[in-house]
Structure formats: structure tokens, C-alpha cells
Design a protein around this ligand. Structure first.
Ligand SMILES: Cc1cc2nc3c(=O)[nH]c(=O)nc-3n(C[C@H](O)[C@H](O)[C@H](O)COP(=O)(O)O)c2cc1C
Length: 177
């Protein structure tokens, strides 16, 4: 089946949004985004990914301090979702968690909401490993990996959608390198 034009339009419109209005997301919006993450495929269907929904401003502020740079979106985001996975269940949890995060970003855009991926795995705060810091803030067990935090909210900045010209078809090689 051909991809619907609508899906490609959502993909073109999705941009990283790092400034949000104060308005909270509705329960229905949050639920749809979480469901999109839980619909993601996973290797051997092990489903190691879990999501931590955070809407408490103080906790979101604490998450911001888990990393040195690239966390400005957490200054205004009314909602954050930590994408974590049980590393005992899968040796490719990073891939599984990445797909869940990507699907949630697209679901957010389809609801005209803004989002941005804030990398946690392999990143550091001033004093410590970001993954360890997030585990501490959210009381996550040691054997869970923390891939990223999605910042979510209503867009308070405008970014131009991608156009056909932005799509770098030269990255596609035909039949061989
Ligand atoms: C793996 C990954 C890590 C990222 N880490 C961060 C981050 O820590 N902070 C941030 O503000 N944006 C982060 N981004 C967003 C990228 O900067 C952004 O996707 C890229 O500049 C392209 O812009 P666009 O999302 O508007 O298309 C990350 C994106 C990916 C895919």
C-alpha cells in the first residue's frame, strides 16, 4: 500500500520545537502520544520499552539538570516523557526505544503539538552521567537504560516545514554503494 500523503505531510511538518506555551496538554492528547509509543515494533517482539510521563514542573526542572547542554526545551515544556527500556529483556533496546520515541514525535505533530528529542544516553551533566542522573530523579532501577526525554507541548515558536527540496535523495544509493 502506498504511504498516504497525509503521513508524509506530518513528517515534513515535524520540526524540533524548543519553546512551548504554558497551556497543558489534555489527557486525551497525552494518551494518544503514549499509545503511539507503545505501538512501536520491537526486536523479537520483546517489548522492553517503558515510558515515564512527567508533568510536574519541579520534576521537569530536575530532569533539565541531568544534562549540560541541549535541554532548553525543558524550561517551558509542560510535559516530558522519559523513554526507558529494560536492558535485561533486549540487547537492542536502544533501537526499540528510538522507534518508540520517533513514533511519539510524529503522533505529537499529527495533533499539531511540538516536540523535541533530548538525548540522555551517552551524555553527561557537569558532575555525572546523564543516564544515572535521570535514574536518580525518576527512581528508575539500575538495569533500565534511559535513551532520551521527549519534551512536549503547544508550539510557541514557528518553524518552516520541510519541503521536497529539503529531501536529500542523493543519500539513496541504488543497488550498491
Ligand atoms: C539522537 C538525537 C539526539 C538529539 N538530541 C537533542 C538534544 O539533546 N537537545 C535538543 O534540543 N535537540 C536534540 N535533537 C534534535 C536535533 O537537534 C534535530 O532533530 C535536528 O537539528 C534536526 O531538526 P528538526 O528536528 O527540526 O528536523 C536530537 C535529535 C536526535 C535524533
Amino acid at each position: 500500500m502506498e504511504m498516504s500523503n497525509e503521513m508524509l505531510e506530518v513528517m515534513k511538518c515535524r520540526r524540533s520545537i524548543r519553546k512551548f506555551t504554558e497551556e497543558k496538554l489534555t489527557g486525551e492528547e497525552v494518551e494518544k502520544i503514549l499509545k503511539a509509543g507503545l505501538l512501536a515494533p520491537s526486536s523479537k517482539n520483546k517489548r522492553p520499552v517503558e515510558l515515564i510521563l512527567v508533568e510536574n514542573r519541579e520534576t521537569i526542572k530536575a530532569l533539565k539538570n541531568c544534562k549540560n547542554m541541549g535541554t532548553v526545551a525543558l524550561d517551558t515544556a509542560p510535559c516530558a516523557i522519559a523513554v526507558i527500556a529494560d536492558t535485561r529483556k533486549s540487547d537492542v533496546w536502544v533501537e526499540d526505544a528510538s522507534i518508540a520515541a520517533a513514533m511519539m514525535m510524529l503522533a505529537a505533530e499529527s495533533l499539531s503539538l511540538g516536540s523535541v528529542w533530548i538525548q540522555i544516553r551517552n551524555r553527561r551533566s557537569d558532575s555525572a552521567d546523564s543516564e544515572a542522573e535521570v535514574r536518580k530523579v525518576l527512581h528508575i532501577p539500575e538495569y533500565y537504560g534511559v535513551l532520551n526525554i521527549l519534551a512536549l507541548g503547544r508550539k510557541a515558536e514557528e518553524k518552516a516545514p520541510y519541503t521536497e527540496e529539503d529531501i536529500n535523495l542523493s543519500s539513496v544509493r541504488k543497488e550498491q554503494f
